[in-house]
Design a protein around this ligand. Structure first.
Ligand code: ADP
Ligand code: MG
Length: 334
């Protein structure tokens, strides 16, 4: 992981699974991401020296060495420990004392310090679930903003669903529904001409699918996740029992997501009278398996949906949509 000196970094998606930096170069948008995870191993001077020599991302904290980012996974396997997670269910993990230190390290490695004091940057934040107390989300947002402020940025937050609208719906005048299905949760935003009308989250995502499927087949969530990422797809019939369990919990997530959308949009008093149908775009790692879009569309079309949709499409690069949106948000203000 290298810090970039040549071009300003302008957007960052801080997700439960990954932190993704987006930067604008003369030709295009570029992305760099790291796993939002770490493992701790006992400190010895020798281990620390070797890690520095091998350029392994690490930090020394108390009597421990914290190995963070993508390399955490390798170390977890090597030492037979679980990776630790700075975030859980979309926000800072209250049970992880070293979590913020790790996020700070990953962000610093990905972004570096602001090129000039007060350089603008947008970062993504989740929205609360409908009717949920927002205090935890406020704490999450202000802690991350402080982290970016300490690096010299003037940081502003954008809700993850709105970031997907910014990233994917430019050709429909930033009108439509952005959906991000991540590790910790799913985020949704209906925007009209770039203005968010309704944003909310559903507290189920890839982690929920992994842990429940793992319990059903008596396996470890990490192993189920690896199998899922390697080749899970929706085809209706599974001989492989892990794939069968995954399909059950994938369905659970899709049903919950569509139900929440139907309720949130149906109950909204401020729903704009849209002159024409709007698109819905699906993004995030959980939306990757082949057949996800079709399954989602089938569930959504099974009964009335309060917003008329022109199409339901998958994002071209589901792992970058939110980061792209944070970058577009910053560029729109430049
Ligand atoms: N190829 C894939 N197939 C299925 N699931 C995937 C794939 N790649 C990533 N995922 C899942 O996507 C989730 C992470 O999505 P991401 O958008 O990076 O999340 P977050 O916003 O929480 O950081 C994890 O549950 C991960 O297992
Ligand atoms: Mg995300």
């Amino acid at each position: 992981m290298k810090t970039t000196e040549q071009s300003p970094v302008l957007g960052v998606d801080i997700g439960t699974s990954h932190i993704v930096a987006a930067r604008h170069t003369e030709q295009d948008f570029q992305y760099e991401r790291q796993l939002n995870a770490f493992v701790s191993i006992p400190y010895t001077k020798l281990a620390e020296t070797l890690m520095a020599k091998e350029r392994i991302n690490h930090a020394v904290q108390g009597g421990e060495i914290l190995v963070f980012g993508d390399e955490a996974e390798q170390f977890a396997e090597l030492f037979h420990v679980e990776t630790r997670r700075p975030m859980m269910n979309g926000i800072l993990n209250p049970g992880e004392a070293d979590g913020m230190l790790v996020i700070r390290q990953i962000i610093t490695r990905l972004l570096g310090r602001a090129k000039k004091p007060g350089q603008h940057i947008y970062f993504s934040v989740p929205a609360p679930a409908p009717g949920m107390n927002a205090d935890k989300f406020t704490f999450h947002e202000s802690t991350l903003r402080q982290c970016l402020t300490d690096l010299g940025y003037e940081a502003r937050s954008i809700s993850e669903g709105l970031a997907v609208v910014y990233g994917e719906l430019g050709d429909s005048n930033y009108s439509g529904i952005g959906v991000s299905c991540g590790g910790g949760m799913c985020n949704v935003c209906l925007a009209y001409l770039s203005v968010p009308v309704i944003s909310f989250s559903v507290p189920k995502g890839g982690d929920y699918i992994d842990s429940n499927s793992a319990a059903a087949v008596h396996d470890l969530a990490t192993r189920v996740r690896v199998e899922k990422e390697k080749g899970f797809h929706f085809n209706g019939y599974f001989e492989n029992k892990t794939y069968h369990a995954l399909s059950v919990y994938y369905d659970d997530v899709i049903q919950s997501l569509v139900k929440s959308m139907r309720e949130a949009f149906g109950n909204a008093s401020n729903l704009p009278k849209l002159k024409q149908p709007v698109p819905l775009v699906l993004s995030g790692g959980t939306a990757i398996p082949p057949g996800f879009r079709e399954r989602f569309e089938k569930v959504l079309r099974a009964s009335d949906f309060p917003v008329e949709l022109s199409e339901i499409r998958a994002a071209a690069n589901p792992l970058h949509s939110t980061a792209k949106g944070t970058l577009v948000a910053t560029l729109c203000e430049a």
